[in-house]
Design a protein around this ligand. Structure first.
Ligand code: SF4
Length: 336
């Protein structure tokens, strides 16, 4: 698809039903009716970055922070495996409390005890560390590019440059990771042309997985008074992404459920071509009375999506649960 066609489809809210039908056809032809559940261990909400859109940003003095120990991370990962999920996502803020050696040990301990694939979502660690994580056995890395507009990127992420992020994303692919990228729909100041560039990037890079989420204003950030991302526009971004990437794993992020609790992830599946959900699996999140759960919720404002809730979304969308590891379909089908 060229940029003119992408932009025209982004603008054309009146005919989005036809776009959604096409995305669903492409999803069925290239991904089938099976869907992936990937269990997320959100093991730390400390972060050294100051991204304006995120409640975890370093200077947020109101945030109540937590960290899990290495043992807790491993135990949580094993409980995910016991629940029948074959991918464990280790996610945190960019938190250098965890050394490279600590994280490699966690990866190795999980892999020695469970037949799972490990996805890392740890931010931009130094390249020698990224390579060490790969050597320790982690096969996948999720690093959202956030936006392809370099000015908007640096405005939202003070002190950081898009070209550095993209360089790290290229490096992840170079050293053999299955690579996930993703954007935020509805960032203050973002234009349709910016979203068009995101989709053009998905088309040219052909990532192994993509995580698209709406902008959600967090009450503890400088963007607290901004409007959230628009649901229909976000679904058009999903649909176009499915059409241009064909068989990329496309996640209905939990922020989609935050934007629209009853409908969001379901619509991402049936209209946007999504085929992945990543439920929260922190043990601390199982009890509403648990202090750490509460702190996590008020800090991220992400909706808690349990494994059971994720399965309900799949059932409603008439998808069956893929029992496999959920490796990249690009590994079998190429990147065209
Ligand atoms: S988006 Fe990630 S890197 Fe940025 S402040 Fe939040 S947790 Fe940190």
């Amino acid at each position: 698809m060229n940029r003119e066609a992408i932009l025209a489809a982004l603008r054309d809210a009146d005919n989005q039903a036809a776009l959604f039908r096409e995305a669903d056809q492409v999803r069925r032809a290239h991904c089938g009716d099976k869907a992936q559940l990937r269990g997320v261990v959100h093991f730390s909400n400390h972060c050294c970055r100051n991204d304006l859109y995120c409640g975890l940003y370093k200077d947020n003095a109101e945030a109540k922070r937590f960290r899990m120990t290495g043992d807790q991370i491993v135990q949580t990962a094993l409980s995910i495996a016991q629940a029948g999920l074959r991918t464990v996502v280790l996610q945190s803020g960019e938190d250098y409390h965890y050394t490279c050696a600590m994280l490699c040990s966690v990866i190795e301990r999980i892999l020695s005890q469970a037949e799972v694939a490990i996805t890392l979502s740890l931010g931009e660690r130094p390249r020698n560390e990224l390579r060490a994580f790969k050597d320790a056995g982690a096969g996948r890395y999720l690093m959202k590019h956030e936006t392809m507009n370099p000015e908007l990127y640096s405005r939202m992420r003070p002190g950081l440059r898009l070209e550095d992020r993209l360089g790290t994303i290229d490096y992840l692919r170079e050293i053999g990771f299955q690579v996930g990228v993703g954007n935020i729909v509805g960032l203050p100041g973002q234009t349709l042309e910016d979203l068009c560039e995101d989709i053009a990037f998905f088309q040219s890079f052909q990532p192994d997985m993509i995580n698209i989420g709406p902008f959600i204003p967090h009450h503890q950030t400088p963007l607290r008074d901004e409007r959230p991302g628009d649901m229909d526009l976000m679904l058009r971004v999903f649909a176009l992404t499915r059409i241009v990437t064909r068989n990329t794993h496309l996640a209905a992020a939990n922020t989609v459920a935050t934007l629209s609790p009853e409908q969001g992830q379901y619509q991402a599946f049936v209209h946007g071509g999504a085929n992945v959900i990543m439920p929260n699996c922190n043990p601390f999140l199982k009890s509403r009375n648990d202090k750490i759960e509460y702190e996590f919720q008020i800090t991220t404002r992400k909706r808690y999506v349990s494994i059971e809730e994720a399965k309900r979304v799949l059932k409603r969308a008439k998808r069956t649960l893929d029992q496999g590891r959920g490796d990249s379909l690009k590994m079998q089908g190429g990147r065209s």
